[in-house]
Design a protein around this ligand. Structure first.
Ligand code: XMP
Length: 510
């Protein structure tokens, strides 16, 4: 796609964020692993290339690198953090191990006027996260910015190669948006032609061309991605689409009914609901290990789905709600093992199904999927739902999963979510749920001593789900949730609030 920006991924947790920021300007951006060949990169005819940050050191033997030719293509390049150090290293400058590095908010001073900093004040706050430092810039380059005593930005006035030590993509960098805008819109001169309306029209035509008059099956989870994919497919191929919704018994309270009702009321889409609750719960009896539970649930899901799908005659395609972060994570330089979710959505097609994949949302970030959803007329309540993991309550009931515990957790979780919605907090947090611990403690109800389970209320704030902080929910709100759960849910007599950030904790408990 002409007019696009390519972000080369050197393993930074912010690489997706860079691409998202660029798309926010109306310019298409894609993330490529640093192991991509120049031909692969050039095939997209990029108007500019951004080298992302990354955790390694250019000084180490097995450091991630890129062909030096990237600087000779005549395409503007912006190196960020590791990308700056790599630019210096490859172009003949000098990078050394720093003494203490720079982390967090730092003052940045523009020391020489450069078009990258158009509209940025002489001194501003930037976000730093690096250990190595550039102490000599390559020949013919000019230093254009410093932080305290260090070189924090340099550029090549003729070749349009720019490098900054800080992260313009994170919101803590005061003028980061302006700097990225200068690069994308002024220096690369990209046109603003990435619009989701065009995307919808284009995808509908793509789906029609690909599918023809064949039938398509889609696994509906009730989540945003598969819902948006199903509606987009319906618009393209109408009743050639059949959705399969598996009730695993590990869903939220009344979730299965809610999904079926929403579809019946809003869309003309054929949805087959499979009640597999007993199958899942039977298979999980006696199992306590989280990974084993995940495997059993995943395996059972595929079995149930296959059984149902094989009843649909002449189905040739399997549609999935794979979104861009799933694609990036599974191709990341860190490899799929560095991520948790990749295997759920990417490449999970059972070989014996002989179906071809249709993934209409493969290019979109979550917030773009949501915008497409709204554009397609999907109710906002559905579009803005928090993510829900494939193994569902199976990994939120710690230890063995039993029907009794599922019932207890569903009730407690429903109270928390209802209260979040009632207080207008639901959309302010990224993911919220309740966890049931296999721990009993003593309490008192009326004049009776109780000995019941402990529930943990968890709410996380995050942009990319790779790192997260716990939500600062108001005390009064937490008190209300706690007292409602203890009073209304038999089986729970104690509620705790999880105040762990990720890392080192994770969002889910298993
Ligand atoms: P963690 O717990 O790793 O979760 O901080 C990050 C995000 O991934 C979701 N998650 C999963 N999603 N299958 C899924 O489909 C899983 O096994 C799984 N484990 C975690 C989690 O809900 C959060 O959004």
């Amino acid at each position: 796609m002409k007019n696009s920006i390519i972000v080369i991924d050197f393993g930074s947790q912010y690489n997706q964020l860079i691409a998202r920021r660029v798309r926010d300007f109306g310019v298409y951006a894609e993330v490529f692993p640093c192991t991509s060949s120049l031909n692969e990169i050039l095939a997209l005819e990029p108007a500019g290339i951004i080298l992302s940050g990354g955790p390694s050191s250019v000084l180490s033997k097995d450091a991630y690198t890129i062909s030096q030719e990237i600087f000779e293509l005549g395409i503007p390049v912006l190196g960020i953090c590791y990308g700056m150090q790599l630019t210096a290293h490859l172009a003949g400058g000098k990078v050394v191990k720093g003494k203490q590095g720079e982390y967090g908010k730092t003052l940045f001073e523009i020391t020489h006027h450069c078009e990258l900093f158009e509209g940025v004040p002489a001194v501003s706050t930037v976000w730093m996260s690096h250990f190595d430092e550039v102490i000599e810039i390559p020949e013919d380059f000019l230093i254009c910015g410093k932080s305290q005593s260090e070189i924090a930005a340099f550029y090549h006035p003729k070749k349009k190669i720019y490098a900054v030590q800080f992260h313009p993509e994170v919101s803590h960098t005061e003028f980061g948006e302006q700097i990225l805008k200068n690069f994308v819109l002024n220096i690369c001169q990209c046109e603003k032609n990435w619009e989701l309306k065009n995307f919808i029209e284009y995808q509908i035509q793509e789906i029609r061309d690909k599918v023809g008059d064949k039938k398509v099956i889609l696994g509906l989870s009730g989540g945003v991605d598969s819902s948006v994919a199903s509606v987009l497919l319906q618009k393209a191929i109408a009743n050639q689409l059949t959705c399969i919704f598996v009730d695993t018994g590990l869903l939220r309270l009344n979730e299965a009914e809610l999904v079926m009702k929403t579809y019946a009321e809003n869309f003309d889409i054929q949805v087959i609901k499979v009640d597999a609750r007993n199958r899942f719960l039977d298979k999980l009896a006696g199992i306590t290990d989280p990974e084993q539970k995940r495997k059993i649930i995943g395996h059972e899901f595929i079995e149930v789905f296959n059984e149902e799908a094989s009843k649909i005659e002449n189905a040739s395609f399997l549609a999935q709600g794979t979104i861009y972060p799933d694609v990036i994570e599974s191709q990341s330089v860190k490899g799929p093992s560095a991520t948790i979710k990749s295997h759920h959505n990417v490449g999970g097609l059972p070989e014996d199904m002989h179906l071809e994949l249709v993934e209409p949302l493969r290019e979109l970030f979550k917030d773009e999927v949501r915008k497409v959803g709204i554009e397609l007329g999907i109710p906002a309540e559905m579009v803005y739902r928090h993510p829900f993991p494939g193994p569902g309550l199976g990994i939120r009931i710690l230890g063995e999963v039993t029907p009794e515990k599922v019932e207890i957790l569903q009730k407690a979780d429903a109270i928390f979510i209802q209260e979040l919605r009632n207080s207008g907090l639901y959309e302010q947090v990224s993911q919220a749920f309740v966890v049931l611990l296999p721990v009993k403690s003593v309490g008192v109800m009326g004049d009776e001593r109780t000995y019941e389970y402990t529930a943990v209320v968890r709410s996380a704030d995050t942009i990319d789900f790779m790192s997260a902080t716990w939500s600062r929910l108001p005390y009064d709100f937490l008190e209300k949730v706690s007292s409602r759960i203890i009073n209304e849910v038999q089986g729970i007599n104690r509620v705790a609030y999880d105040i762990s950030s990720k890392p080192p904790a994770t969002i889910e408990w298993e």
